[in-house]
Ligand binder design. Structure first.
Ligand code: ZN
Length: 607
């Protein structure tokens, strides 16, 4: 006997050119009634059924050098026929999904999430397992290395070899990057951190490490000064265009535009770089909020089907609230940029009437079929639990600060949740966040949560922001490109005399495609639909370049003819143009509220 685990995985890029991994699992003592194996239908952190089994090209089983019959029981479950000795199931897995939640392999690198490649031995999920990670065959791959937070059992640092996990849940919670990535490392609060960057880039690694380290220190200290992991890895993939992240217990996979990374020699803090640091901050905060403080619905995860919780507004929303706020506290974002970002965020919320129909609790519950599967009607039907959840965090933070005269805050709620649930591993019950907030506030917050979380009324942010001396104003947009966040140079009368079609558009060749029709707007009243191609307005050709100029010459209440193609059939519609709604938010320091400056500093500095 050896001390090897009874469950052993092996993964090797079989053909990088064909994007095929060969993955196997060997069970020393399979179920005598026939061992079952299953692949997750989804990956924790991304709430959509993805059915990873569809990328399993071939599956075979063998024992003692002889083939064993293996049959499929449902879309992602297999059962091998009973056998006496160790059983090995092998599969060729197609890996051509360059996203943080997939697997991707070519001759330049390999990346995989365990959920996409490792079969779960049904009934043996809690046993320790090990995985041998191998390079592709051939001399051209000699320089490849491995970046992952999986604990090493018998492998050199950053090298191929044997890795281990305490159970299946851990096995699939450490994504793995292999290739010739660049690497920069730092230690913070005693914990080694790596940043591995794949893809062509010219990033200033020292600056990147310095800035990311400030985020990590700020967050570890936020939760009491001791990190819950003994090492951490940022797996960054730099591409032409892209943005996304997925959190794990001791690492994160990030996708970013390569030009968002700061290049050597530049000291500039571009919006894109701040966006990247915001992503880093977001995913790192998840190390606590959702990877340790978890909804009861995720303890444990059921990987075969949807896991329903109404709490994503707290797990994604509060994480979104803190990602930028902690950048301010880390000294990586100033007050002006922070207020501008909030103005843009509140604008995005206000521009979707879905917020008037769906609460953030409902949006969380239905994430699987709505937020993650948005169509042209999404802004009329779905509220974004990230953006509005962050606004709920802002409102709740200000409310608690106000009620306790600055003695307590949402920070204390997060720390209480971490003590109560994060450290114990107990899941947060559906009402657990509300109860914790009431405990910290020392008051019932029933009305607040009924409105903010379970209702669809707009949040009372104008009033709450006054507590920190910030004035929130709402005005009409000054142009289609106006994302909010800053005051307009145009007068209120000029802004109110603009017109809107009540539709979102995009260029389609020389014409204009209607991409969304907003509820209650002129386009909807006239029977215009998403997918229609607008070719003329008021008898003159409409193009993406000229549409705005045309509309700028018209007045609210004016009736004009639209010519459109739908299913290649010419349609004529008469539309009554409307004044634009007040849906553009600006946050500014209110000079009339000088006495609130101390409360604002405490909020931004985290005291
Ligand atoms: Zn998130």
């Amino acid at each position: 006997m050896t001390d090897r685990s009874a469950i052993r995985y092996r993964i090797r890029p079989k053909s990088p050119e064909a994007h095929l991994y060969e993955v196997s699992v060997t069970v020393a003592d399979p179920d005598p009634l026939g061992q079952r194996f299953a692949l997750p239908a989804w990956i924790p952190g991304s709430y959509m059924i993805r059915e990873y089994a569809r990328h399993f090209v071939t599956v075979r089983a063998a024992s003692g050098g002889r083939a064993v019959r293996i049959e499929k029981l449902d879309k992602h479950t297999w059962r091998a026929e009973r056998c006496d000795g160790a059983l090995t199931v092998s599969a060729d897995v197609y890996a051509w999904d360059l996203s943080v939640r997939g697997a991707h392999l070519d001759t330049s690198h390999g990346f995989f999430n365990g959920a996409c490649v490792f079969l779960r031995c049904v009934g043996r999920e809690h046993e320790p397992c090990e995985v041998e990670i191998l390079p592709p065959r051939g001399g051209r791959y000699r320089a490849w290395r491995v970046a992952t937070a999986l604990p090493r059992r018998d492998a050199p640092a950053y090298g191929f070899g044997l890795y281990a996990a305490a159970d299946y849940d851990e096995l699939i919670d450490h994504p793995v990057e292999t290739g010739t990535f660049s690497l920069v490392s730092f230690k913070t609060r005693g914990v080694p951190h790596d940043i591995a960057i794949t893809g062509r880039h010219d990033a200033d690694l020292d600056r990147l490490a310095r800035d990311v380290k400030r985020i990590c220190v700020t967050q570890i200290d936020f939760f009491g000064g001791r990190a819950p992991m003994d090492r951490y890895v940022f797996l960054v993939t730099a591409v032409g265009e892209g943005y996304g992240g997925l959190e794990h217990r001791a690492s994160t996979a990030l996708l970013t535009g390569r030009d968002a990374l700061p290049h050597a020699g530049s000291r500039e803090a571009t919006d894109a770089y701040r966006g990247f640091l915001g992503l880093v901050s977001h995913e790192y905060f998840h190390t606590w909020n959702v990877k340790r403080i978890k909804p009861a619905a995720f303890t444990p995860y059921d990987l075969a089907r949807e896991n329903y919780t109404t709490l994503l507004w707290a797990f994604e929303g509060f994480t979104s609230y803190y990602d930028d706020l902690l950048l301010v506290r880390a000294g990586l974002m100033d007050e002006a940029a922070f207020l501008k970002t909030w103005g843009e965020s509140l604008t995005r919320i206000l521009r979707g009437s879905g917020r008037l129909k769906q609460s953030v609790a409902e949006s969380s519950f239905d994430a699987w079929i709505k937020f993650y599967r948005q169509d042209e009607n999404a802004s009329n039907a779905v509220v974004n639990y990230y953006a509005k959840g962050a606004a709920v965090g802002l409102a709740l933070d200000l409310l608690i600060r106000q009620k306790t005269r600055g003695r307590r805050s949402l920070d204390d709620v997060m720390r209480l949740l971490h003590e109560r649930y994060g450290r114990t591993g107990e899941g947060v019950p559906e009402e657990g966040v509300e109860r914790a907030a009431e405990e910290v506030a020392g008051a019932k917050l029933t009305r607040f949560f009924a409105q903010a979380v379970h209702g669809t009324e707009d949040l009372p942010l104008e009033r709450l922001l006054r507590y920190v001396g910030v004035k929130l104003t709402v005005r009409p947009a000054e142009s289609p490109g106006d994302r909010g966040g800053k005051a307009s140079s145009k007068s209120a009368a000029v802004l109110a005399s603009r017109v809107t079609l009540g539709a979102r558009t995009a260029a389609e060749g020389s014409a204009v495609k209607i991409t969304a029709v907003l509820d209650g707007g002129p386009a909807q009243a006239a029977g215009v639909s998403a997918g229609d191609v607008l070719i003329a307005i008021d008898g003159l050709r409409a193009s993406a370049d000229t549409l705005e100029d045309r509309l700028a010459r018209m007045r609210p209440g004016q009736r004009v003819k639209l010519h459109l193609f739908r299913r290649d059939e010419l349609q004529e519609r008469e539309v009554e143009l409307a004044a634009p709604p007040a849906d553009t938010c600006v946050l500014e320091i209110d000079p009339g509220l000088k006495g609130r400056a101390r409360a604002r500093r405490a909020w931004l500095a985290g005291r």
